[in-house]
Ligand binder design. Structure first.
Ligand SMILES: [Fe+2]
Length: 292
């Protein structure tokens, strides 16, 4: 670690009552690229059962967009009939099928309900994927979240992002948390070239490919069982060091749902890039960006 740079600020709350009391300061902290660790979310699930489930490697990122919490059985013509739910595949036992389904639905709904309770202005959220990452992971690369192979987003996609991670394993999940995106840009001191994109997704992809993140400082964070990390992975450097079972929840809110002192990350990129001494406006994404 040879780059001098502060890491993102981390706030801790013991439980959801303490976190709710800290509102709206908690929300302001998240929206300013801070990280929150809620040590005990209180979300109810059968931890002994969930702790015994492991998904195959090709289910590493399976979630609600794949229909994992769609109903697996329907009543048709006087009998129960299995649906196309991915849970039905390879699970011959109906009792086990319904048990897994009920636990995943409980986790999804409990997680979403908690968010609207502790962040009431996020009740406008448009939920994206809720992933059930029940596959062991270790020593992933430190990164900023980037999608679509680093291509620019459509205007309609450029909204404030919510990203939360619930540890449903019986042992702590271990993360490294690094600096925020604006601090990474400043600390890079021109190492990213002359011009940088104003599109957040292209920028994150470009930085991921630059090799600079390996030299950024990180702090180790242990997420206890039933704990949640709140961190916008596009604006905070992060790395999964160890984990076995986690539920990740992603969504977007309209700008009007942010606290009055907050600005959407998409609207700040030009400023962050310029303040770090780069020219703004190189929007080349995708494969050509990877060539740099
Ligand atoms: Fe990530």
């Amino acid at each position: 670690m040879d780059i001098d740079c502060p890491t993102a600020s981390i706030r801790r709350y013991r439980d959801s009552v303490e976190m709710r009391r800290a509102y709206p300061g908690s929300s302001v902290h998240y929206e300013k690229n801070g990280v929150i660790l809620l040590e005990d979310s209180g979300i109810a699930f059968d931890d002994a059962f969930i702790g015994a489930i492991t998904f195959p490697p090709n289910w590493k990122k399976i979630g609600t967009v794949d229909g994992i919490t769609a109903v697996p059985l329907v009543y048709q013509g006087g009998k129960f009939v299995r649906t196309q739910s991915p849970l039905c595949m390879g699970m011959p036992d109906d009792l086990m099928l319904l048990k897994i389904y009920s636990e995943l639905v409980r986790l999804e709904l409990g997680f979403k309900l908690l968010i609207t309770q502790i962040f009431p202005r996020y009740s406008t959220v448009l939920w994206g994927n809720c992933m059930f990452r029940f596959t062991r992971t270790e020593n992933e690369a430190a990164h900023l979240d980037a999608f679509l192979e680093g291509k620019p987003f459509e205007e309609i996609q450029k909204n404030p992002r919510l990203k939360f991670f619930l540890n449903v394993d019986s042992v702590p999940r271990v993360w490294n948390v690094g600096p925020t995106l604006p601090d990474i840009l400043k600390a890079s001191r021109g190492a990213l070239g002359r011009r940088l994109p104003s599109d957040l997704n292209v920028l994150c992809s470009r930085i991921n490919d630059s090799g600079i993140l390996e030299r950024m400082p990180v702090v180790r964070v242990e997420i206890p069982p039933r704990g949640i990390v709140f961190a916008n992975g596009s604006t905070v450097l992060h790395q999964a060091v160890f984990g076995q079972r986690m539920v990740s929840l992603e969504g977007w809110v309209p700008r009007s749902s942010l606290q009055s002192s907050s600005v959407c990350e998409w609207d700040l990129v030009r400023q962050w890039v310029a303040e770090a001494g780069y020219e703004v406006g190189d929007e080349v994404g995708g494969e050509r960006a990877a060539e740099r």
